[in-house]
Design a protein around this ligand. Structure first.
Ligand SMILES: NC(=O)c1ccc[n+]([C@@H]2O[C@H](COP(=O)([O-])OP(=O)(O)OC[C@H]3O[C@@H](n4cnc5c(N)ncnc54)[C@H](O)[C@@H]3O)[C@@H](O)[C@H]2O)c1
Length: 342
């Protein structure tokens, strides 16, 4: 086990990497802790939850809503949870987002921690303090930024993670490599998903590296004024096509990264051989690199994006593999790129 302590603007978060679920007994008082998980994780790892107060939710994004928050709060009241209670989200990003949000509002805020059980939650969702819920079709529309007290990583959970969730998460891992870590990109080129799945040592090292990338970006810019925006690489077009074409988030991001690479090639001197490397690595991890989508409609959806500012769109582009920047593109130029190049 490796313990790291990270200081954010007004809180300290302990990371227990390469740890085991059992360590929880040392981090929190079992008698005053409530675990929150979903049915998939609970059923696959039931023995781990023995002896712990546990709230088990229905799995899936459609439950990341206010009605679930209300139901959790009623169950907490029933369990006698008070201001000294610790809430721990044990699950994927839906569970960690929900748990962090409930913990921020229940009795005006109680201590909370996360045990991420999907790769995506391990390398992305559980890090950075963004917690929240969806409202109608609007994802993450309501929420708070509040850091957990701790993150505990037990990769044993991953033994039961479905294949499509692995692929989904590798889109974000490849994204991290593109924006921040050329060496990790080379490593990803030389391995396959199965190599990572079958070797706990390389997998743990990969998770640790991604945890550190996301943590360092967030620490430099906790409230998203600058550097944290780089994490949106691939997400601008990704968000515009994800719902309309019923894509997995990772699939939409993968297609979005290829589009961003093409734009980078056109206006940011990103080399075409680097773009080819990106396409190859995405395919190597089972991710789609193209989609026959309605460019005009996608551009219209893009215009509703948060990143639009008076006649310009802030787009995350690559300079080279491992280095990204936010470029303000005039909408007229972006529209041309959409109709002629993408
Ligand atoms: N807060 C943030 O900064 C942030 C960042 C990225 C994503 N997110 C959020 O994260 C969510 C996506 O996360 P996700 O992909 O983990 O989704 P998820 O929580 O829905 O998990 C995906 C699926 O895997 C199952 N699962 C999880 N761990 C498992 C395990 N060990 N064994 C078997 N099944 C398991 C879940 O039950 C679910 O069916 C989205 O809601 C997204 O908005 C948040």
């Amino acid at each position: 086990m490796e313990k790291q302590t990270h200081n954010f603007s007004n809180s300290v978060v302990d990371y227990y990497l390469n740890a085991s679920f059992q360590l929880l007994l040392e981090i929190t008082d079992i008698n005053n802790t409530v675990l929150i998980t979903d049915e998939h994780v609970f059923k696959a790892h039931e023995q781990k939850f023995k002896g712990w107060n546990t709230i088990v939710l229905m799995p899936g994004e459609q439950y990341k809503v206010q009605a679930t928050v209300d139901s959790i709060i009623l169950q907490l009241i029933e369990l006698g949870a008070d201001r000294k209670t610790t809430l721990i989200g044990v699950g994927g990003g839906v569970i960690t987002d929900l748990t962090g949000y409930v913990a921020s509002v229940y009795m005006r805020g109680v201590r909370f921690g996360f045990i991420p059980t999907s790769i995506l939650a391990m390398v992305d969702a559980s890090i950075g303090g963004k917690n929240g819920i969806d409202v109608g079709v609007y994802k993450n529309m309501v929420g708070v930024i509040r850091q957990p007290s701790f993150l505990l990583y037990d990769i044993q959970f991953l033994n039961t993670l479905p294949q499509k969730e692995w692929e989904n998460a590798f889109a974000e891992i490849i994204k991290h490599a593109c924006i921040k870590d050329a060496d990790m990109f080379s490593e990803l080129e030389s391995y396959s998903l199965d190599d990572y799945k079958n070797n706990n040592e390389v997998l743990s090292a990969l998770i640790k590296r991604n945890v550190e990338i996301k943590t360092s970006v967030v620490k430099n810019d906790e409230f998203e004024a600058g550097e944290r925006k780089l994490l949106n690489f691939g997400h601008t077009l990704g968000h515009a096509i994800e719902n309309k074409y019923h894509l997995l988030h990772g699939h939409a991001v993968s297609i979005g990264m290829v589009a961003a690479a093409t734009i980078s090639e056109e206006i940011n001197q990103f080399h075409s051989t680097e773009k080819e490397r990106l396409i190859k690595v995405l395919m190597q991890y089972g991710l789609p690199v193209q989609l026959n989508y309605d460019k005009k409609k996608a551009f219209e959806t893009l215009l509703k994006d948060k990143k639009k500012e008076k006649g310009f769109m802030n787009y995350v582009l690559l300079k080279k593999i491992g280095e990204a920047e936010v470029v303000s593109i005039p909408l007229v130029q972006l529209q041309d790129l959409f109709s002629q190049t993408l």
